[in-house]
Design a protein. Structure first.
Length: 67
């Protein structure tokens, strides 16, 4: 996992809001996929830092979360 501030232009990433997030709740997560990484950010703070995971780490997390 890498935590990185938004330094460059992330406008090329297509962000998807979690289906478990709502507009009323405090827990809003967005995910974007790029070559070699999956990015995760807080949808209420899109200019803040985001987390980046390699594909294998993200797949392991998603499998664990699905259990």
């Amino acid at each position: 996992m890498t935590i990185r501030p938004i330094a460059g232009d992330d406008s090329t990433l297509e962000w998807f809001k979690s289906s478990y997030s709502s507009n009323e709740g405090p827990d809003c997560v967005e995910v974007a996929v790029s070559t070699g990484a999956v990015h995760v950010r807080d949808s209420k703070d899109i200019t803040g830092p985001n987390l980046s995971f390699n594909a294998a780490s993200w797949a392991a997390f998603a499998a664990f979360a699905a259990e």
